[in-house]
Ligand binder design. Structure first.
Ligand code: C5P
Ligand code: MG
Length: 289
């Protein structure tokens, strides 16, 4: 590989247009760390999809702990997952068709969670007791970006309070981090009473990008973007960047691989098939910075 990035030659790496990827990485390298921002999804992008044959929980599923919710609520949230997750990843439906169904899923789950009177002071313990896990190589990823003062925007349709706790417990909550997500709203006694702001689901990240990311001062003047996601909906996370110059998108294809391979290769610049590591993003970043 001409770019001296051997990680890109791995069999799990798919690229529609290798030469375009090379040119983009080279342009980003010439512009340097001062022109770069990283925009990443959280669940199943910064966290692992599976470990030892077991699914790793998303931020929503980390709440599945008797400290926070009862058995009946667990059962109902699982039923909703079994109904809506196959729709979320269905290769035969468009994002537009999925939108209202995702709103339905998130709304129903958030209502169930609010009924459970979840206590803020129990969240850290629930995260500790969960099998939440960031991808292998996460520390190099977070530490390098902090070291080079490259802003990392985490843009998640999961639950902000939970993802912050996962990052904190893994000791990588650095000052270059910015988070856009669904945050819990607690009453004066520390009991969950609502979710703040406009709902973010997998297929409305464009609205969130225009509403929030576009106004983050720390992201201004950084026209080069490395974008990481695991859903086609994640591709709109950079829509708030004003006057972008080079955008390199990396997609983790974790599930329904054969059904979705073609659409992922057509949509992301680099597709990583069943890769539970940060090796490729880390290699690209080490070349650029
Ligand atoms: O961080 P990210 O944007 O990936 O978070 C959203 C993910 O959380 C979705 O991909 C979805 O599968 C998952 N989810 C879940 N339970 C819910 C809602 C979403 O596991 N109730
Ligand atoms: Mg995700």
């Amino acid at each position: 590989f001409p770019l001296q990035i051997p990680e890109l030659a791995k069999g799990t790496v798919l690229m529609r247009e290798r030469s375009k990827v090379e040119e983009t990485i080279q342009a980003m390298q010439r512009a340097g760390a001062g022109s770069l921002q990283v925009i990443s999804d959280f669940d199943m992008t910064l966290t692992r999809f599976a470990h030892n044959g077991m699914r790793v929980p998303t931020t929503h599923n980390i709440l599945d702990n008797r400290l926070l919710i009862n058995e009946d609520c667990t059962r109902r949230i699982r039923e909703l997952l079994n109904t809506y997750y196959p729709i979320e990843i269905d290769a035969s439906r468009t994002a537009e068709e999925k939108q209202p169904l995702m709103v339905e899923w998130w709304t129903k789950v958030h209502e169930l969670l609010i009924q459970q009177k979840i206590r803020k002071d129990m969240l850290a313990r629930a995260v500790k007791e969960s099998s939440a896990m960031l991808r292998e190589g996460y520390k190099v990823f977070f530490d390098r970006l902090a070291e080079h003062q490259v802003p990392l925007l985490i843009f998640s349709a999961g639950i902000g309070d939970i993802l912050e706790e996962v990052i904190r417990q893994n000791h990588v909550f650095h000052p270059n981090l910015h988070i856009i997500s669904n945050y819990m709203d607690f009453d004066r006694t520390g009991v969950l009473q609502a979710f703040k702001g406009q709902l973010i689901h997998t297929f409305n990240k464009r609205e969130g990008a225009l509403l929030h990311a576009a106004h983050l001062r720390e992201l201004q003047g950084r026209p080069n973007v490395l974008l990481l996601g695991d859903s086609l909906g994640d591709l709109t996370m950079a829509d708030g960047v004003s006057q972008p110059q080079n955008i390199l998108t990396i997609g983790f294809l974790n599930d329904q691989v054969e059904e979705r391979k073609e659409s992922y290769v057509n949509s992301f610049d680099i597709v990583l098939v069943k890769d539970e590591t940060m090796d490729v993003p880390n290699a690209v970043l080490s070349y650029i910075t």
